[in-house]
Ligand binder design. Structure first.
Ligand SMILES: Cc1cc2nc3c(=O)[nH]c(=O)nc-3n(C[C@H](O)[C@H](O)[C@H](O)COP(=O)(O)OP(=O)(O)OC[C@H]3O[C@@H](n4cnc5c(N)ncnc54)[C@H](O)[C@@H]3O)c2cc1C
Length: 473
């Protein structure tokens, strides 16, 4: 079949690119290697029948806050957001928990003496959220439309997360809460720029919440796909693209693959210098993930954890910083920082009545084959004593397993490349339109391009915009 455009890969960025092209009137075809659509936003019964687990993404501040997704009729196609009463809880060894509550103005005594300091840090970012989201969800190299808001953000964002937390907060609770947010970056917390992730994710939590889609992450992909089909687009699953000859009939081809896969697929055609740049793009560390079927909700020691969609397990700032530093140095931490989501507490469709699902992962060195089950379960048991008695079944996935389920997850890297400062500018090359490759009509649109990882579709949206300007006038 002839198409104006082919998109290779049906992750959130691939589907966003395809929708953008279809909206402009192009005939679009999406070719997906897997038998199911959605890439990093998929759900399946991994453990037992009736337990619906998220294969990758589970919590979606960036999807909820995505300037592009907000223009789409996703709710019309069945997407329903659920906001847990507490966005994020961070339990500590004293039996309490620091919390991120969506309403920044509401009292938050979980932060003790730092309640106001937290509010002061977040208030300008939450106030400017729309402006800031538009600025940082695009290539770094651009003329800012909101320079003041961006400069205010940049002053703190460029700092190391550990330094900023110690400077802003007096006590362990707020410091630990901020460290957990910043650790989403996969960066050591003592390097420049690591604070940016803590600020963005914290501000997003207050501005749009940390919601989960009813039915799981697959609901986002299904809604995007339904809208694409409505616009006349086509999706073909079980269609892996191995070389450019397979897609040569289209005027525009957009690759929702990592830059390393693209370098391999187009190895013969790409100029050597550009190919080497892609090959040298640095990987982020990987993840080790466990999905649980549970007989009962987790017996959290801190009551706040029972009302939170996301829980960060890692204790103090110092402990989290140590664990992230170990990962960066190529070691698997004995006490890892563990990210946990408990969707079935707020969405009955995720497990049989009275039973539950739990999603947990920790960071590991890139490509690690280390089994982190014991280390993750020790952290769960530490903050929810009796956790093991709730487990009906578990499904573990190491870096290699992740890569088998989605070839974009090379070595367990979930973000299409490391997010240290240089690679935020050069993603994967320094350019105001880094989606363009040296090959006419061929573009990159995955998380290896700006603004990077997460379910927001903005890489696909910007890449398709570039293609439309270049080729379709
Ligand atoms: C364990 C885990 C937890 C995560 N948690 C969150 C979270 O809670 N919130 C959040 O916002 N983000 C989260 N993420 C990150 C998020 O899933 C990704 O950043 C996002 O999916 C990237 O989107 P993408 O479209 O660039 O690529 P992907 O979603 O990876 O999609 C790429 C698609 O391309 C297909 N493909 C690859 N190569 C080919 C080929 N040669 N031919 C045809 N098809 C091909 C793949 O099969 C896949 O479907 C998580 C990721 C993982 C792995």
């Amino acid at each position: 079949m002839k198409s104006d455009a082919i998109v290779v890969g049906s992750g959130p960025n691939g589907l966003a690119a395809a929708i953008t092209l279809a909206r402009a009137g192009c005939a679009v075809r999406v070719l997906e290697a897997n038998s199911t659509i959605g890439g990093g936003a998929r759900s399946a019964e991994l453990t037992r029948p009736g337990f619906v687990h998220d294969l990758c993404s589970a919590i979606h501040p960036l999807a909820r806050g995505s300037p592009f997704f907000r223009t789409l009729p996703l709710e019309h196609h069945g997407l329903k957001w659920i906001q847990p009463p507490i966005a994020l809880a961070h339990p500590l060894d004293d039996g309490g928990a620091a919390c991120l509550r969506q309403n920044l103005a509401a009292p938050n005594d979980s932060l003790g003496r730092d309640e106001n300091a937290w509010r002061q840090m977040m208030r300008p970012l939450v106030r400017d959220w729309e402006k800031l989201a538009a600025e940082f969800l695009q290539p770094m190299l651009h003329f800012p439309r909101h320079p003041l808001a961006l400069a205010r953000f940049g002053l703190s964002a460029l700092a190391p997360a550990a330094w900023l937390a110690r400077r802003r907060f007096r006590d362990e609770r707020a410091r630990a809460l901020f460290a957990g947010l910043a650790a989403h970056s996969f960066l050591p917390l003592d390097i420049a720029g690591s604070a940016a992730f803590g600020l963005v994710l914290g501000a997003a939590g207050h501005a749009v919440g940390w919601p989960l889609p009813q039915g799981g992450a697959q609901a986002i992909s299904n809604a995007l796909a339904a809208h694409l089909l409505e616009l006349g687009g086509k999706i073909e699953t079980d269609s892996r693209v191995e070389n450019l000859a397979q897609v040569k009939e289209a005027r525009a081809v957009l690759f929702d693959t990592t830059c390393w896969q693209f370098a391999r697929i187009a190895a013969q055609e790409l100029p050597r210098r550009y190919r080497r740049r892609l090959e040298r793009f640095r990987h982020a560390p990987g993840v080790f993930k466990i999905d649980y079927a549970l007989a009962a909700p987790l017996p959290w020691r801190a009551a706040e954890c029972r009302a939170a969609g996301t829980i960060h397990l890692g204790g103090s700032l110092e402990e989290i910083a140590k664990s992230e530093r170990e990962v960066a140095n190529g070691r698997s931490p004995a006490r890892p920082f563990v990210l946990v989501a408990q969707p079935s507490l707020f969405d009955e469709s995720r497990a049989p009545h009275g039973q539950h699902t739990l999603w947990a992962y920790c960071h590991v060195p890139h490509g690690s084959t280390c089994d982190m089950t014991k280390a993750i379960e020790q952290q769960l048991e530490r903050f929810a004593p009796g956790f093991r008695d709730c487990v009906l079944a578990r499904h573990t996935t190491d870096a290699a397993g992740l890569e088998r389920s989605n070839s974009n997850l090379l070595g367990g890297d979930i973000n299409g490349g490391a997010t240290h400062l240089w690679q935020l500018f050069a993603r994967p090359v320094v350019s105001p339109a880094p989606y363009r490759t040296p090959l006419p009509g061929i573009y990159l649109c995955s998380a290896s391009t700006p603004p990077g990882g997460g379910v927001h579709g903005m890489c696909g949206y910007h890449a398709a915009g570039t293609a439309l300007r270049d080729l379709f006038g």
